[in-house]
Write a protein that binds this ligand. Sequence first.
Ligand code: ATP
Length: 229
Amino acid sequence: MLVLRNLSKTYTPGHPVLANLNWEFKAGEFVAIMGESGVGKSTLLNLIAGLDQPDTTSTPPVMLDGVAMTALDDDAATRLRRQKMGFIFQAFHVLPHLTLHQNVALPLLLNGMSRERANEMLDAVGLRGRADDYPHQLSGGQLQRVAIARALVHRPGLVLADEPTGNLDPETAHSILMLLRNEIKASGACTIMVTHSHAAAEMADLTLILTKSGLQVAKSVNPIAQEKQ
Ligand SMILES: Nc1ncnc2c1ncn2[C@@H]1O[C@H](COP(=O)(O)OP(=O)(O)OP(=O)(O)O)[C@@H](O)[C@H]1O
């Protein structure tokens, strides 16, 4: 569903951050990406999302469901992102002036879809009855639940998560990751999660390590993920 071919990104000429990355992500797969600080994990997610432009290559470096992301103009890229992607990123944080229902319904509104599923998703993430509350009334873990509900509400084929449990205590982090895993498995979305946490990566089907030489498999199947299937 998502194919990377010779994906490169250079900010400073002669010093590429990413050089010739190749990978094929499959529908329904939950993949964790780990790697040293500064190796380019967030850059990779931004390139996949079309929020940043890769270096020019002869073949399309990012293909999503057969569409070359780099061939799209800004409007088309925005539309594709809205329809096909869900984000659990700091940059797309829960909006403080909207209620929880309005936050979760936002992708539905932007895609011209019925807002009914927003309540369903709030129920699914354990926030039934909190629809009219505002983000400041929630704990960090509850806010991440809202972010997960919003990322999945419009049934995107691809979910991108950057450190989704970065500032949560281990117990809350575990329950959030279980929830994320259950929800993406129910929806069949391919999920790519960047994390420094081994405990978080163990919830994924597959862990990839990003190094200067590219993406490599850390473990073919993570034991926790296998147990939960
Ligand atoms: N907009 C930019 N302009 C110039 N350099 C950048 C830009 N964005 C990122 N970089 C550089 O690219 C490299 C990779 O950054 P990136 O944030 O992708 O790493 P990371 O693996 O996600 O790091 P961390 O684990 O610390 O979050 C770093 O050297 C960073 O300074």
